[in-house]
Write a protein that binds this ligand. Structure first.
Ligand code: ATR
Length: 279
């Protein structure tokens, strides 16, 4: 554990609630491994005080902040600069200190792209099914388009909500879950972006129909608790490869840390962190 002194830099996470967050343990772990004089702390912030919180953080010399639910969209108004990807996705999860304020980034998308690379899921020219249309799905769809997916089928409980977010996007088709049979026969990459199956509801799965899983040859469930979700089990039972979202979690944290500290985190350190969290 590093010792705090007069030179300690402060990082943190703002959200409401923040009690459940795993980010302090991941970032403090990274700081220890890299020998940085840093502490990372949770800050519960109500929406109506978000602007004051960001200004106050800057005044206090806070080096960087992660931003979680429900502030990822609202916080975009209070940044001094906005990264292009964060602007396109429409959400910020990282504030890195610059002169006069913070620059907003989205590292969910870069974390997800790094996970795909690491587990050797190649999206270029492939058809992809995305389950869900919330904040996480936005970063995923942005990544898939950047990686040149051929066509993306987005399935959501509320088709209208998905339409309001992704309607009109090129090479994207939107259905409700029950209409999954409208997807042309073939083999797909599938990304599970809903909260269904999250611990303690380990047995829940967003599409129960076993036939659906014949469509999937590789999949990522963004959930990492439990380590193996009911969705992943079904994919595997039908011969597909399935991964959880732990690597995405680690890599989004690593990317945030890199923006905060303005230095690169060696790949071995990221891998070591992943292995420790996965053990
Ligand atoms: P996140 O930022 O994690 O993506 P979110 O923006 O609240 O969280 O999105 C949650 C996603 O899980 C949405 O796609 C939501 O479906 P709706 O858009 O129809 O609300 C989906 N979801 C949550 N609970 C669900 C449930 N019980 N069944 C099906 N989908 C569910």
């Amino acid at each position: 554990m590093n010792k705090t002194d007069g030179n300690t830099k402060v990082l943190g996470i703002i959200g409401d609630p923040v009690e459940h967050t795993g980010s302090p343990s991941i970032h403090n772990h990274l700081a220890d491994k890299l020998g940085d004089n840093v502490v990372y702390v949770p800050f519960p912030v109500k929406s109506k005080r978000l602007e004051e919180a960001v200004e106050g953080a800057y005044a206090l010399g806070i080096e960087g902040l992660n931003v979680t639910v429900p502030h990822k969209v609202q916080v975009m108004q209070y940044v001094t600069e906005l990264d292009d990807a964060a602007l396109d996705i429409g959400a910020v999860n990282t504030l890195a200190r610059i002169r006069g304020g913070y620059r907003g980034y989205n590292t969910d998308f870069s974390g997800f792209m790094r996970e795909l690379d690491k587990v050797d899921i190649q999206v270029n020219g492939k058809n992809v099914i995305v389950l869900g249309a919330g904040g996480a799905a936005k970063a995923v769809v942005y990544s898939l388009k950047r990686l040149s997916a051929q066509h993306i089928y987005i399935l959501n409980r509320s088709r209208e909500k998905a339409e309001s977010i992704f309607g009109g996007t090129e090479n994207v088709t939107i259905y409700g879950f029950k209409d999954w049979k409208s997807i042309p026969k073939g083999k797909y990459i599938c990304i599970q972006c809903t909260s269904v199956g999250l611990s303690p509801c380990d047995e829940d799965c967003v599409i129960e129909d076993e036939d659906f899983y014949d469509l999937i040859d590789s999949a990522v469930d963004l959930i990492y608790k439990p380590k193996e979700t009911a969705f992943m089990k079904k994919v595997q039972a039908h011969g597909g490869r399935a991964f959880n979202g732990l690597r995405m979690l680690v890599y989004q944290a690593v990317s945030s840390y890199e923006f905060f500290m303005k230095k690169e985190v060696p790949e071995e350190v990221a891998e070591e962190l992943y292995n420790e969290l996965n053990s």
